[in-house]
Design a protein around this ligand. Sequence first.
Ligand code: FAD
Ligand code: NAP
Length: 345
Amino acid sequence: MNRAKNAPATPQALSKLPLESRNTFGLPSIAELAYEITTPDQLPSLMASILGAGLVWRVLGGGSNVVLPDNLPGATLLMNIPGHEITNSNEHYTEVAVGAGENWHEFVAWTLAQDLPGLENLALIPGTVGAAPIQNIGAYGAEVAEFIKVIEAFDSQAQAFVTLRQEDCCFAYRDSYFKQNPARFIVTKVVFKLPKKWVPRLSYAELAKQLIATPAPTAQNIFAAVCKIRQSKLPDPKIMGNAGSFFQNPLVDASTYSKLLVSFPELISYPDTKGMRKLAAGWLIDQCGFKGYRVGPAGVYEKQALVLVNHGGANAHDILTLAKVIQKKVQERFGVELYIEPNIF
Ligand code: FAD
Ligand code: NAP
């Protein structure tokens, strides 16, 4: 793996660093101290000094799943570890090791250019490779966990590097061991295992519709179709700040689902693998009339009610105030609690 050469053992502290351009919501935020992490070797001494000084700390990747406060105290580790390489290949699968700071979408595109299909349904998800396992990113019927072999991370509790196997990571729907243990691990490398046997995944109606005129779609066709749908449905963070879906799709048990169906026969939902029912949060919010709704500079995206947007000049308080209004209304109307998906720092 090509790691940054001659990187200092301890990176220079950047004091009072503005993060407005480092989070896709475009929220104003000043990091008290920030450190560019370009190689795992920087972490042991840096973390010893951060922990020794009793500072709070967190990792920031592409900033596409966070709500940043006006002032971010303590230390912010800016994840920039580069590199990707094929480390193993046999008749069944190909393994690829990737630095945590690599851009996710560029990595997906690179795998397809190497004729390594599998990740195409996860195209155009913003952010870094290192963040992908944190909430087990998913889209169009695929989840990153299915393709992970091991993860290398620095464990701040043990103050040592650890290697976690896929089965150790407690991956679940938009969840993982890392998410359950915030401010503990710094993911430095993800090793993917991409099966040679490839089966297209077209279970999502919109994706199938997009490819209706393509009888035997290739992974490249699916990649292009996913990109096209996403570009037409989601706001481009460079133009309108957002963090993708702001709420998780709620999972309810069979009895709650049956009761809801009596009152709302048109309810949009899908079976979950663990016997629960997954409700489409966007539908619940839309039914409350929130599409295009605004509270000051914070708003609900007019094409997709699950996405909150920054119309310009919003801060974390504005976004969270709007989120509370939506949560309250959905609770009143459906008796369902909506949980915020992005990480609130
Ligand atoms: P950040 O936002 O920087 O961080 C997210 C969390 O991960 C934070 O808690 C941070 O501390 C932690 N973290 C980041 N890097 C590391 C690391 N190396 N080690 C330890 N912890 C780390 N998500 C989906 O699941 N599916 C989608 O389809 C999807 N679509 C999106 C579309 C848009 C337009 C946007 C803006 C977001 C979307 N997201 C989606 C959410 C987001 O892109 C993903 O969660 C992504 O993985 C976040 O990556 P990031 O590098 O930006 O992480
Ligand atoms: P959509 O296709 O309009 O579907 C609405 C919801 O229904 C989705 O959240 C999806 O759940 C669920 N769904 C649809 N078809 C399904 C099926 N065949 N089986 C199981 N569940 C199904 O959703 P969208 O908003 O345009 O997003 C498309 C995909 O991109 C979704 O997978 C979504 O998760 C992902 N996405 C995620 C984010 C994010 O920030 N997390 C942002 C944008 C898009 P799932 O969400 O579980 O897939």
